[in-house]
Design a protein around this ligand. Structure first.
Ligand code: DP6
Length: 355
């Protein structure tokens, strides 16, 4: 009997920003993607979710989740899938080692907080589900590797499977029907290319109009361009991106990042009815990056946009004065920037792993 004892474990998980985007599900129930994707993990000093998981027989109201101080609904299929899979793994451990406390049957209490404003419009589901899965895995003392846990986090939110690692992370789409090979792995640790930096331009703090989940379903159902993206564009970009990262070739990394973001947003525009995530300020950011690269005479900055107008610019530490200086000039010089209240979260470093 576990009695009224409270068992507890905490963890943090980082935000990741894809440079080859996940967009499209081949199986919505298991959350299996139509293509592989690759992301860069941001520093936890700047953006992370801190989650504490506890369980106790004294939690009389059953499972619960608090998100940024507010009670959150846990009845959704995604959260339930994560709880179910983690409990099953703990139950298997308990079955093979009867001296372990029976935590798998106790109610869970999850408390989760972001260190960045949720209103900033930055994707938080990736860090959120990664932290939830890792915190419960720690609580249950599961021996599973980050790749094995990524199978569970994927079912919470696809992009979450890439937030169980630091550095440069690939989510391999897999081809098994049960999804048992659709998992993330480490392409390179952050220490491999430690001078990589990310500038986040918060173009709009508003919640996105079309959620990723429903937007990608509409694209899969209606876009012809999307078929070309998953058959040709993404497989080529995955190869090129892995080569660029291994060779620390920033110009190649940047070109693939920008082309892949363009391809993803072109598929959104090709969706019927069309989906527009970028706005005039986003497009001005693209022009600013082009002008930075043209002035430098080489590619020193790369833009990418997720399912919203906010811009992430990748650059190398040694080019920080040029890139940040140019953006400061643009932010001050163009009236549209001021009107759209752009705020910059600058210089996020990359780092390894989950704390
Ligand atoms: C544009 O991971 O939020 O950020 O699996 O439905 O939860 P669900 O989708 P989600 O989609 C992220 C889409 C993206 C690209 C990416 O992160 O790869």
């Amino acid at each position: 009997m576990a009695g009224n004892k409270v068992y507890r474990a905490s963890t943090t998980a980082p935000v990741n920003i894809a440079v080859v985007k996940y967009w499209g599900k081949r199986d919505a129930k298991l959350n299996l993607p139509t293509n592989s994707s690759l992301s860069v993990t941001l520093s936890q000093a700047d953006l992370r979710t801190l989650t504490t998981a506890s369980c106790s027989a004294s939690y009389s109201d059953g499972d619960s989740l608090m998100l940024n101080g507010e009670p959150s609904d846990i009845s959704g299929a995604r959260t339930q899938a994560c709880f179910r899979e983690l409990r099953a793994r703990r139950a298997a451990l308990e079955a093979s080692n009867p001296s372990l406390p029976k935590l798998s049957t106790l109610p869970l209490k999850i408390v989760s907080e972001n260190n960045f404003p949720t209103a900033a419009g930055l994707a938080s589901s990736a860090a959120g589900f990664a932290a939830l899965v890792q915190a419960i895995a720690n609580l249950y003392e599961l021996p599973d590797s980050p790749s094995e846990l990524s199978l569970i986090a994927r079912q919470g939110s696809g992009s979450a499977c890439r937030s169980l690692f630091g550095g440069y992370v690939a989510w391999r789409m897999g081809d098994k029907e049960d999804g048992s090979d659709s998992m993330a792995d480490l392409v390179a640790p952050a220490s491999h290319w430690p001078n990589m930096r990310a500038l986040i331009l918060v173009v709009s703090a508003a919640k996105k109009g079309v959620s990723s989940t429903s937007g990608m379903q509409q694209t899969v159902a209606t876009s012809g361009l999307f078929q070309q993206r998953i058959a040709q564009v993404v497989p080529a970009n995955m190869d090129l991106m892995e080569q660029a990262i291994k060779a620390k070739d920033f110009a190649k990394f940047a070109e693939v990042t920008m082309r892949d973001s363009n391809s993803f947003h072109a598929c959104c525009a090709d969706t019927y009815p069309p989906i527009f995530y970028m706005n005039d300020v986003s497009r001005a950011a693209i022009r600013a990056v082009e002008s930075i690269n043209a002035k430098a005479g080489r590619t020193i900055a790369a833009y990418t946009f997720d399912a919203g107008p906010n811009c992430v610019v990748y650059y190398l530490e040694e080019d920080a004065p040029t890139v940040l200086g140019a953006f400061a000039g643009v932010l001050n010089g163009v009236s549209g920037w001021k009107e759209d209240s752009v705020s910059a979260q600058s210089g996020a470093k990359l780092e390894d792993g989950i704390a």
